[in-house]
Design a protein around this ligand. Structure first.
Ligand SMILES: Nc1ncnc2c1ncn2[C@@H]1O[C@H](COP(=O)(O)OP(=O)(O)OP(=O)(O)O)[C@@H](O)[C@H]1O
Ligand SMILES: [Mg+2]
Length: 234
């Protein structure tokens, strides 16, 4: 049986005039359903490129990408739109909330476009924002805004929750509480979570660590007893 997520010899080449950039070069890895996976590596290593191909935001130049039995790398643009809409939840470094909608409306907006959304208010309660649902993003702290963004992604009831440097704009304690929320969500809801970070200190919290260097996988390892993030210091 094949893995829930699999990359097989995936490459991504960007052409800019005379110059070609091999952002991702023959990358292979797999992730099992329900795992908390961390993709780690230095700036420019190709982490975001990998995540964008996995989430159907960018096509690959070669190789095969499979998610839950579907061949993502063979999809038409229309199929990719449906895949992003129904199967993927994204969380970005800078939240990307709609400023003139409340927290609740931001979550409802996302749940309106997918097939089996969860109740927006319930999900906001689960991320700890039950009391702040009617606030606008500008009335919330960075950590609270990131919780709204996580609720927005989770309300879609996605197969995969993809997070690109989700704590990059947050202070130490707030970043830790966001990572705890992601780890708890993975454990309690069984959703497969992929987190990108440049911070190697976070790797003990993962079931699986994929280390990316110069566009290639330098190392992939699994951990049967990951550390709760609140016990990690960095
Ligand atoms: N749209 C693009 N056009 C051209 N080159 C790109 C494009 N996107 C990424 N690259 C290049 O591909 C390489 C990998 O970039 P990527 O953004 O995936 O790195 P990263 O590991 O996410 O880095 P960071 O930690 O700084 O976010 C870099 O050399 C980058 O300049
Ligand atoms: Mg990046």
């Amino acid at each position: 049986m094949s893995a829930f997520v699999s990359f097989e010899e995936v490459s991504k080449v960007y052409r800019m005039g005379e110059i070609t950039i091999r952002a991702v070069d023959n990358v292979s890895f797999s992730i099992e359903k329900g795992e908390f996976a961390v993709i780690v590596g230095p700036s420019g290593a190709g982490k975001t490129t990998v995540l964008n191909m996995l989430g159907g935001m960018d096509g690959c130049s070669g190789g095969t990408i499979r998610v839950d039995g579907s061949l993502i790398s063979g999809m038409t643009p229309r199929q990719l739109t449906a895949y992003r809409r129904h199967d993927i939840g994204f969380v970005f470094q800078f939240y990307n909330l709609v400023q003139n909608l409340t927290a609740l409306e931001n979550v409802e907006l996302a749940s309106q476009i997918c097939r089996q959304p969860l109740d927006a208010a319930t999900v906001l309660q689960e991320v700890g924002l039950g009391e702040r649902m009617n606030n606008f993003p500008a009335q919330l702290s960075g950590g609270e805004q990131q919780r709204v963004a996580i609720a927005r992604a989770l309300a879609k009831n996605p197969k995969l929750l993809l997070c690109d440097e989700p704590t990059g704009a947050l202070d130490y304690q707030t970043g830790k509480s966001i990572l705890k929320l992601l780890q708890d969500t993975c454990r309690q809801k069984g959703v497969t979570v992929v987190v990108i970070t440049h911070n190697s200190a976070l790797t003990p919290m993962a079931d699986r660590v994929i280390r990316i260097k110069n566009g290639t996988v330098a190392d992939m390892r699994c951990c049967s007893h990951p550390t709760p993030v609140e016990q990690i210091e960095w």
